[in-house]
Design a protein around this ligand. Structure first.
Ligand code: HEM
Length: 564
């Protein structure tokens, strides 16, 4: 028993140490209910004892007189294998790197809180909303670029990741968003292949515009996202000055089991600021960490108490409304027009604490869209469904099977039957005693159970017919309608000009005229003027017109794979 208590005690010391030393504590609002684990004051005493004994040691805690000492035979002979300090130092150093994220590798973030500002009990039973207006929960946010490696310039043209980890009383709720309302694709199988086309060429290890536009011009459902990417919105000046969107449709459920489709938008209260292409390139050359530094201190945002703030709003659509919605409610390449589905403000986000240990608090973060609380459910969007699998999967690879035990990922309370595996430090079963049975036992029951909050089958769409195989091989003019509105109505004149000039610059580096032509035709399907302007800059004439389905569909003969 004593031994068990000692193990659990040690784990709590680690947790307490991490929370007090990583800066989470000061970002946690006072209303937050801590896990009892974190309230165990006796550990202060242990920390104090450790703190007094702060002389240098090797990894096993043995005092070492100087970190620069090493042992050798004689004064000029070979090294001695018995020199544990040197071997420990080198072998730990040899293992310092963990795999970087396969996408979104370059990024950083900060801690803060989410506050509920509206009662939405008529929309969802999810915590923290169910806990009343004014409830705050601690969060950590990470911003990122997508395609570049962890050392790449963070002002490169790219969408920006906008990921939020909220620690609610009902478990972790991750919002793994981007700074754009749509995405490049609506078929999950395309994601790895699309990313391959944007990352380095396997032969040359260089980024390759020809491959990028080859992919895009064959998969033109990406057009809306491409237009945002090649406007100045593709090069944000500051992570604090951009908005975030869920992109996906979710289902938010009430306690009685009725539900609505929901999309989220997060609006920066600092306003929007973007670099133009020249400024973005110059900044990348001068300071590849510009945005990282900006969030931390360049503009004295967090350090000076000038806390970045965002408002959080939702759009809702009833299942009945979705039947007459012009687009598929689960199509990630489409927006829900705000005049038809107005934004309803429900909360705010404040970032008030920089990380004190970047690796522990940012690099080891593992977000997943599958981290949802009761009252929030996934829609049938196939890309979202694939993401539910992919993120925990990649976390197990990047951080190990016990990645949820890492303090920054750890829920406030966890009681389960997961045991052992690499790097288990809590003895198993979360905050349960390590000797608790690791199955639902009939004696000494280690865990109680809650009622199902609602009947899952009541919120599931009826499934009809046999299994099918699908893919976006055919596009229609509907796919170009919202991009046309974006170009003509939402973009300002200067955004239109930036788009044209940035696309011309990019297409002029494409080495295949076929790829240039079908990329040009993709823009001509959006708008004839846009096609003409880009064509003039690359010396080609559009082969399609935007106003004719027949002519527009000729753009799609380029699709290499077609469904017969
Ligand atoms: C099938 C589609 C997708 C797949 C398979 C996928 C996969 C991944 C993977 C493997 C990571 C790295 C995670 C890690 O190492 O911790 C990642 C990161 C990320 N993804 Fe996706 N992704 C998809 C679509 C999307 C979409 C549609 C969005 C936005 C709406 C998005 C937003 C993000 C963000 C923000 C991150 C960075 C998270 C962080 O800061 O750690 N992804 N994605």
């Amino acid at each position: 028993m004593e031994q068990i208590e000692a193990k659990s005690f040690l784990y709590h010391v680690v947790l307490f140490y991490e929370f007090t030393h990583s800066g989470f504590k000061s970002s946690v609002p006072t209303r937050m209910k801590f896990s009892p684990v974190l309230q165990l004051l006796p550990f202060l005493l242990v920390s104090a004892t450790v703190a007094q004994n702060d002389s240098y040691t090797d990894g096993s805690g043995h005092p070492v007189a100087s970190p620069y000492d090493y042992q050798r035979a004689g004064t000029r002979g070979p090294l001695l294998l018995q020199d544990f300090h040197l071997i420990d130092l080198l072998s730990h150093f040899d293992r310092e790197r963990i795999p970087e994220r396969v996408v979104h590798a370059k990024g950083s973030g900060a801690h803060g809180y989410f506050e509920v500002t509206r009662d939405i009990s008529n929309i969802t039973m999810a915590a923290p909303f169910s806990e009343g207006v004014g409830t705050q929960v601690p969060l950590t946010m990470r911003f990122s670029t997508v395609a570049g490696e962890s050392g790449s310039p963070d002002t490169n043209r790219d969408p920006r990741g906008f990921a939020i980890k909220m620690r609610t009383s009902q478990g972790i709720w991750d919002w793994v968003f981007n700074n754009t309302p749509v995405f490049f694709l609506r078929d999950p199988t395309k994601f790895p292949l699309f990313i391959h086309s944007q990352k380095r060429d396997p032969q040359t290890n260089l980024r390759n515009a020809t491959l990028q536009w080859d992919y895009w011009s064959q998969n033109q459902e990406a057009i809306y996202q491409i237009m945002i990417l090649f406007s100045d919105r593709g090069t944000p000046q500051s992570w604090a000055q951009m908005d975030g969107w869920s992109g996906h449709t979710y289902k938010w459920v009430k306690a009685d089991g009725t539900w609505s489709y929901v999309q989220l938008k997060i609006t920066s209260q600092q306003g929007i600021a973007n670099f133009n292409a020249t400024e973005a390139l110059a900044t990348a050359a001068m300071n590849p960490d510009h945005n990282t530094q900006d969030l931390r201190q360049v503009t004295d945002r967090i350090e000076a108490g000038n806390f970045p703030t965002w408002t959080v709003a939702i759009q809702t659509m009833s299942p009945e409304q979705s039947l007459s919605f012009k687009y598929d409610v689960n199509d990630l390449t489409k927006i829900w027009p705000e005049d038809e589905y107005p934004l309803l403000e429900i909360g705010k986000i404040v970032l008030n604490k920089n990380p004190e240990n970047w690796f522990s608090e940012i690099e080891q973060l593992a977000f997943s869209p599958s981290n949802m609380v009761p009252g929030a459910e996934p829609s049938n969007d196939p890309v979202l469904q694939a993401r539910l699998f992919a993120y925990p999967d990649t976390a197990r690879h990047r951080l190990g099977p016990n990645y949820m035990e890492i303090p920054v990922n750890c829920p406030i309370a966890v009681h389960n039957f997961q045991r052992a595996a690499w790097m288990r430090i809590d003895g198993g079963a979360g905050t349960l005693p390590p000797n608790a049975p690791n199955y639902p036992s009939s004696f000494n029951p280690p865990v109680s159970f809650v009622q199902r909050p609602y009947n899952l089958s009541a919120i599931a769409d009826p499934i009809v017919g046999p299994a099918t195989t699908q893919g976006s091989y055919q596009l229609s003019l509907l796919d170009f309608e919202q991009p046309n509105t974006l170009y003509n109505t939402e973009f300002s004149e200067s955004e239109r000009q930036s788009l044209v000039s940035n696309v011309i610059t990019a297409l002029n580096t494409v080495t295949s005229q076929d790829i240039q032509q079908r990329s040009l035709d993709m823009f001509a399907c959006v708008d004839d003027k846009l096609g003409a302007a880009i064509g003039a800059g690359i010396g080609l004439t559009p082969q399609v017109r935007s106003d004719s389905l027949d002519q527009a569909s000729s753009a799609f003969i380029y699709l290499l794979i077609s469904v017969k």
